[in-house]
Each structure stands twice: as structure tokens, then as C-alpha cells.
Design a protein around this ligand. Sequence first.
Ligand code: UD1
Length: 416
Amino acid sequence: MDYLEIEGGSPLCGEVRIQGSKNAVLPILSAALLNPGITVIDNCPDISDVKAMLEILKGYGCRTHREGDSLVLNAEHLHSGRAPEDYAGVMRSSIMLLGSLLARLGEAFLPYPGGCVIGERPIDLHLTALRKMGARLREEPEGLKAVCARPQGADIYLPFPSVGATENVILLAVRAEGDTLLQNAAREPEIVELCRFLNCMGAKIKGAGTSVIRIRGVKTLHEIRYRIMPDRIVAGTYMFLAAAAGGKILLRDVPFEQLEAVRHILKGMGIRQERSGKSLLLWCPARSRGEIQVCTSPYPGFPTDLQSPLTAALCLADGESMIEERIFEARFKVVKELQKMGADIRVDGSRACIRGVERLKGAFLEAEELRGGAALCVAAAAAEGTSRIYQYHYIARGYENIIRDLKDLGVVVHCF
Ligand code: UD1
């Protein structure tokens, strides 16, 4: 597909079920390598990042197939091959394989990870922590060569609570000799989900969801069937879509507890929210309230992944808002696209000042990364007239079928 065409400007009406979580399933796919048998993952989102990860896993001998929304993996016969560069080189989550490959095979070679172009995204915290556990790492021109014959438990302090580094340490520590104490660990719900998955496989992890995680290494892990939790970022994107376009929508399978910071902002924007079981009904006025001040920060703060969809919604809100991006410096790339639609945004370093305008105009837009691309869908659905969004493939990395979801919410969308 070349581009999406969205006819915006009408209030939303409809309902959508939230897909399984991308950021939960990717480290869990890596963790599946630790089980030398069958792993079944239910509610696995059908997104291109998962497809790329499966291609990488196949490169190491893991067999996989889909059965509806479930994924079956057989990691019985792994070998220390090379991850196919076409996939690993463009996907940041491939770094997540380092811990599990070292735990299972004692060695790994990974092309340098890619991913969304939202900043520098170094991997120094991963490397320092894994070295403490006995890994020997050599940076070669084409990628990273790692060897760790006998991983050892260690006391590790992360200078920043990196999600990926926390996951990599856990993946190696579950099979290491002895205990690992991980301090200043990330507290994101995806860490809790990974640890729950590993504990169901026989691991011994305590403290997930707090900043101190204790892991006792075990000799073996066993077969498992596991259901992936819903995606809080997809849910949040559709919440801000409704805030931007107005109307009444129902979201089903919403991970409420994980969205407190987001729901607090929505409340400030004048959006009425009614919870019923796992569903959320949103009533949004034609124009939401602005004058919002937000800083992105590690969980339980406001998530950086929802900063761009929020920015898009605030472009139309009544009043001046301020957003500070503290995690990924290049998130404001999407601002120049929003400005093409008539948005009044001034960026100064890590801060953006957004003065809400009464209307945005449809425009030809270019997605440059995943969440920025989703933000363009939010703005286009709320703008008057027709917008085109090119480079849809970025959005497909994390949204299973945003075209279907937008249609189900009453947006007129075509793809070409
Ligand atoms: C994960 C999520 C991503 C989300 C991010 C922050 C997945 C697949 N991706 O990314 O969607 O936006 O968490 O919630 O789960 N850093 C270093 N050195 C390192 C590692 C990270 O300096 O070795 C810095 C990064 O540049 C960034 C910050 O730490 O400024 C956060 O990165 P991290 O938490 O590691 O994010 P990811 O795991 O890459």
C-alpha cells in the first residue's frame, strides 16, 4: 500500500477492541527461546514488528506458525546463526534477543539494531549490564558479537530505568548461576508482563513493577501457553483520536490501570469517561479544552509513545498547551507535518508550545516513524477535507489494522 486517504472533520461514532500489546509481545517472543519446547502465545497482534521478529527467530532455528490470533513457537533446535540483517538491522527490538540467546546458546551475533528514527537510542546500558553478568561483547563492523559460556547472577544498577536494558538483564538472569539484584529497573507494565510470562515458565522473579527486581537463576524452563495483555499505547491513541475529532466511542479490552496518567490528561481536556468492566465509553465535545502541561517520563508517568498523538489532539483544543519530551529527543519531527495542516506549534529544544486552532486543513503528509504516523491519523481524522498519509508501513509496525479501526470508529478512510 502506498498511502492512506482520510476524509476528516466528522465526529466519531463506533467501537473498537484493543489489540494485543506490541511492546509486551516482542520481549516475550525473545523469552520463548528460553523454553526448549513449545510456546503458544494468544492474542498476538498481527503487526509487522512481530513478523520481522519471527523472521529473525527463524534465522536461529526457531519454528513458528500462526493459528488465528495465536502464535505457536518451537525453539527445540536452536543454533547460533546470524539474524537476517534485512530484519534485525531495521528493528530495535532485535537487541532484546541478546539476553535470551546468551542464556540459551552461550553466544550470539546481532546486526546493530534499528527501529523508529526518534533519536540516538544507544545500547550502552544493555552492554554494561550484560558484561557484569559475564558476557564478553565485541563490537564488529557489521554487528555485535557476544559470548557468555556461564552467565553469573550480579548486582546491577541501571543509571536510567531503560525498558530494553531491564528486559535484557532479566532474560539472561533467569538462566544465570545464582541471584541477580537489579536496581533502578524500569517499572513499565510490559516488564511486569514479561516477568509474569517467565514465572509461568518456571522462572523465579520477584519485584516486577517496582524499581528493585530480584531474579534467582533456574536450570530449566518449560512449555507454556500465555495470553498477551491489551496494548495501552493503541488504546491511548484512540482516546486522543476521539479527543481531537469529538463524538462518542466505545473502546473494549482497555488496560485501565496502565492508563492513569493518560486518563488524567483526558479529564483535563474535558472528555467524559465512563468505565464498564474492561470497556471505556468516551464522550468528547466538538472542541476539547487545552491548557494542558505534560512531561513525558518513565512509567507511571505520561508515556513518550503517546506524546505525538496527544500533540495532534492539542492542536485543536481550546487554549495553549505545553509538552516537554524527556525520553526521545526526536519525537517532535512530526510537528512539521502538523504545521502543514495549519497547526500552531513552536518547538524550543525539548519543549513544544501548542496553541489550539479552531480547524486543521487536510494535507499531504509523510509518516516518518510509528507513533508520529499514528498522530497524523489523529490529526487527519479531525481536520477538514482530505489528507493523505504516505509511508503507511511505519504505522503497520505497531497497529494491527488502523484502517479497520478508524472505519469502525466512523472515520472515512481509503487505502491506495
Ligand atoms: C521501549 C519501547 C518504546 C518506548 C520506550 C520508552 C519496546 C519495544 N519499545 O523502548 O516503545 O518508547 O521503551 O518507554 O518496548 N537509553 C540509553 N542507553 C541504553 C538504552 C536506553 O541511553 O542502553 C536511553 C534512550 O536513548 C532513551 C531512554 O534511555 O532516551 C529510554 O530508552 P528505553 O527505555 O531503553 O527504550 P526502549 O527499550 O528502546
